[in-house]
Design a protein around this ligand. Structure first.
Ligand code: DGY
Length: 417
């Protein structure tokens, strides 16, 4: 049973005057996909606050439509890398990359569920052009060659920062040669966080965008890290369908043909990422020009994006079934058979609630209600064992990362409760 009051208290405690920090200390600002998921939690008990979360997030949207992955509201001393390292010159200081585009899906659900129509209707009117500009940005700047598959330039953009899927692509990125002080290790055990060589490369990429003046052509041509992240592709596809529906609801049809043609192009191209051997879709390393043979929960997210046909969905269902058998606390973010699996290190094995929610939604959509329920029960066990941590050790269920974490409380309220 979810302690609804305790979950609500997590969101209230992480509320910073209109935006929700993921957790106190470790992540002291507004992160884009955290914020979207968290809005669904607010929706359950404070509808106005849910919409405010979205308005504040989109107040940081760049003129070119990009929605940054971090908005630095206020003093950034306690977090690294802060706005000075990113070097973007926006009115509201921000990072220079995005994150999985889950916002249109969240807004659609908020609009459909919200009882107070006097808030929901004007909110949709205000947010719709911003959502369209955001999706246009993905297709224009992250798929300039019109392949149907948007690309990503930083592991942080995937939200699955330290996933083993990115190891080889990241290893090709040079390390920075300047000193810096990480702040994350002051909050969380180093066993649960990325290693220094990874951080050195994360920072090289941050610097690379700045040196290139955030110019999308220069970055596309020269960025030493370029991947097709199947998680982003699948979430964008789902969100794109939700956005088309929102356009219809709002009677704003101008963008629909454009969006539908992008959705169709992605649907055509996705087959190239399918691996019959692995029974899922694989991320692609665009610099090396090859698929990334690592099973992470992103590789089954095409179920959430509605991208698979029924026969491919059936293969993924078998895979998920076995994946669940391998751990008690599930679904592990990396398949436990991987030699890179670590049950408690950031994105290398632990369980994340919001990803499980997406996978369960996808399974239900494809008619696998029983397996969706199994994913839900295995997810519930994490919260029963340890409360509202950022993520959970896939073997022991121990809470990892930040405690009293917003999106964990939000998913508990939205999905589990
Ligand atoms: C971090 O600081 O670990 C964040 O995930 C970057 O977005």
């Amino acid at each position: 049973m979810i302690d609804v009051e305790a979950a609500q208290l997590v969101l209230r405690a992480n509320d910073r005057d209109g935006h929700t920090v993921p957790t106190d200390g470790l992540y002291p600002f507004q992160w884009s996909w955290d914020s979207a998921i968290t809005a669904l939690g607010w929706l359950q008990f404070d509808e106005a606050r849910a919409w405010q979360e979205a308005h504040v997030m989109f107040s940081g949207q760049w003129d070119n439509g990009m929605l940054p992955h971090i908005l630095f509201h206020g003093d950034a001393e306690s977090y690294f890398p802060g706005p000075d390292v990113w070097g973007s010159k926006t009115a509201l200081p921000s990072s220079a990359i995005s994150q999985p585009p889950v916002w249109s899906t969240a807004i659609r659900r908020m609009f459909e569920t919200c009882k107070d129509r006097a808030i929901a209707e004007p909110a949709l009117e205000q947010l719709l052009p911003k959502l369209i500009a955001y999706h246009d940005w993905w297709y224009r700047e992250r798929d300039p060659d019109d392949t149907g598959l948007v690309c990503s330039y930083h592991p942080w953009e995937s939200g699955m920062d330290n996933s083993p899927a990115w190891d080889d692509a990241l290893a090709r990125v040079p390390e920075v040669d300047w000193d810096y002080q990480r702040r994350d290790l002051g909050h969380v055990d180093s066993e649960q966080r990325p290693h220094k060589p990874q951080y050195d490369r994360y920072l090289y990429l941050v610097d690379f965008y700045k040196q290139n003046g955030f110019d999308c052509d220069a970055i596309h041509k020269g960025c030493p890290y370029r991947v097709v992240d199947i998680g982003i592709v699948a979430i964008l596809q789902r969100a794109g369908k939700d956005l088309v529906d929102l356009c219809r609801i709002a009677g704003d049809s101008e963008a629909i043909p454009r969006l539908e043609s992008e959705l169709a192009r992605t649907q055509e191209s996705i087959g190239g990422l399918w691996s019959k051997e692995h029974r899922c879709y694989l991320n692609q390393d665009l610099v090396a020009g090859k698929p990334i043979e690592e099973l992470t929960t992103a590789t089954v997210l095409p179920l959430f994006g509605g991208l698979a046909d029924q026969s491919k969905a059936a293969y993924m269902v078998d895979l998920i079934d076995e994946w669940l058998d391998a751990t008690t606390f599930a679904l592990a973010s990396t398949h436990p058979s991987s030699k890179r699996f670590e049950s408690q290190r950031y994105w290398r094995g632990p369980v994340w609630l919001h990803i499980n929610w997406m996978i369960a939604e996808g399974l239900s959509d494809y008619g696998y209600a029983d397996l969706a329920e199994r994913v839900k029960q295995a997810t519930q066990k994490c919260v029963d064992e340890s409360g509202f941590y950022e993520y959970f050790d896939a073997m022991s269920g121990a809470g990892c990362g930040g405690d009293r974490f917003s999106w964990t409380a939000a998913v508990a309220l939205y999905w589990l409760a």
